[in-house]
Design a protein around this ligand. Structure first.
Ligand SMILES: NC(=O)c1ccc[n+]([C@@H]2O[C@H](COP(=O)([O-])OP(=O)(O)OC[C@H]3O[C@@H](n4cnc5c(N)ncnc54)[C@H](O)[C@@H]3O)[C@@H](O)[C@H]2O)c1
Ligand SMILES: [Zn+2]
Ligand SMILES: [Zn+2]
Length: 393
């Protein structure tokens, strides 16, 4: 196979290196007859990868990155019953067994068996079970019958691949955030963060029927892109009075639903990091009994945090405000399997042009280091790696 992959080599650095060819074996060396090997068709760079590459997690050098994977099956284990060589599939970023209590209840983001350290597994991610990442030419996927979503038609899938590649994470993640925040017909919605997850949340709010979808950020290029694809930008660099800015747009200083697509590396108005600022702002602007969806990532260890408490994930949240307003909060890894089929149909039937909304930008696998650097600089793009040159053509 002659595999190569994107390897984290230390804070601020990734390299494309030779890596082992995948085998039907788990991180603990066990043979996995329920697994398949994929030839990777597309694999995206994510804001979640950036937390590791910026040195803001306990990820160790040598980690092969990549949890957003779409591919073609090239080998199947003997226990795989519903998939065959040649199938084109989307891989949920969650590794899930399909057998434990959480998986059986649809909470595949916190599978109980695939990670000895804690609930929840993922490919190419720190503390997520040691499953090898898929920013590579080839990758192994366990519990394949349970995890994989097969595209109904190969040619149609390749036509729509820039959109379908977003099913492995950010589109279901944005959709989950919107649903958990209670977005429905006529909702007034604020999305914090105009990165790819924020744009996917905004697109989800729109397809769920929201009346107004505002997207807040400091990044002017991203705000301009958000406006271009039909959302209402909120330029946080102009004022630190978010309720007032919302009132200027909608006539009232509050929203029905708020979605945090920023996470723990949130910036405050003064420019420095303020890990709880988005959470506090959302409690402030969300109406009484409104909903707050939190796909943005929060960590239990942040060795790079500016203040001491935040280094162990302790944030200064004004939780009493949320309590007093009887708001609902929903956090955690997205259970991608719950949504990817319906979102695939929305894409295949031209209802959800997610690639344009996130400005999907295809680059060769070899250019991953430049892609990481460019994404980190805050361009309004979602980078899609093309390991075999199948998308370029
Ligand atoms: N829950 C999940 O399963 C899941 C899945 C995918 C990604 N994520 C997380 O979602 C978050 C967003 O991902 P992304 O790829 O869009 O990342 P990104 O880093 O590209 O985007 C984050 C954006 O937030 C902006 N921002 C910073 N402070 C802000 C503030 N106070 N208010 C508003 N905007 C602010 C930044 O300028 C940036 O544009 C990350 O934390 C990522 O780890 C979670
Ligand atoms: Zn991701
Ligand atoms: Zn499980």
């Amino acid at each position: 196979m002659s595999n190569i992959g994107v390897v984290y080599t230390g804070p601020g650095k990734v390299e494309v290196q030779k890596i082992d060819d995948p085998k039907l074996h788990g991180p603990d060396g066990r043979k996995l007859e329920h697994a398949v090997i994929l030839k990777v068709i597309s694999t995206n760079i994510c804001g979640s990868d950036q937390h590791m590459v910026r040195g803001r997690t306990t990820a160790q050098p040598g980690l092969v990155l990549g949890h957003e994977i779409t591919g073609e099956i090239v080998e199947v284990g003997s226990d795989v019953e519903m998939l065959s060589v040649g199938d084109v599939v989307s891989v949920p970023f969650n590794v899930a067994c399909g057998r434990c209590r959480c998986c059986r209840e649809g909470d595949t983001g916190v599978c109980l068996t695939v990670n000895p350290e804690r609930a929840g597994g993922a490919y190419g991610y720190v503390d997520m079970g040691g499953w090898i990442g898929g920013q590579a030419r080839y990758v192994m996927v366990p519990y394949a019958d349970f995890n994989l979503l097969k595209f109904p038609d190969r040619d149609r899938a390749m036509e729509k691949i820039r959109d379908l590649t977003m099913l492995s994470d950010i589109l279901p993640t944005g959709f989950h955030g919107a649903l958990q925040a209670g977005v429905g017909v006529g909702s007034i919605v604020y999305v914090a963060g105009a990165g790819p997850v924020g744009m996917a949340a905004a697109a989800s709010a729109r397809i769920l029927g929201a009346a107004v979808v505002m997207v807040g950020d400091f990044n002017k290029e991203r705000l301009a892109h958000a406006e271009k694809v039909g959302f209402t930008p909120v330029d946080l660099s102009k004022s630190d009075n978010l309720p007032e800015m919302i009132a200027e747009i909608t006539g009232a200083p509050e929203v029905d639903a708020a979605i945090d697509a920023v996470g723990f590396e949130a910036r405050g108005h003064s420019g420095g990091e303020q890990p709880a600022i988005v959470l506090n702002q959302m409690m402030e602007i969300t109406r009484v009994a409104g909903g707050i969806g939190i796909p943005g990532l929060y960590v239990t260890e942040d060795p790079g945090a500016e203040d001491k408490a935040a280094q162990t994930g302790n944030l200064s949240m004004r939780f009493g405000l949320g309590w007093a307003k009887a708001q609902t909060f929903h956090t955690g890894q997205t259970p991608v399997l719950r949504y990817n089929r319906q979102l695939m149909q929305a894409i295949l039937h031209d209802r959800l042009p997610i690639a344009d909304i996130v400005n999907a930008t295809i680059i060769p696998l070899d250019e991953a280091p430049q892609g990481y650097a460019s994404f980190d600089s805050g361009v309004a793009k979602k980078f899609v790696l093309d390991p075999h040159g199948l998308l370029a053509s």
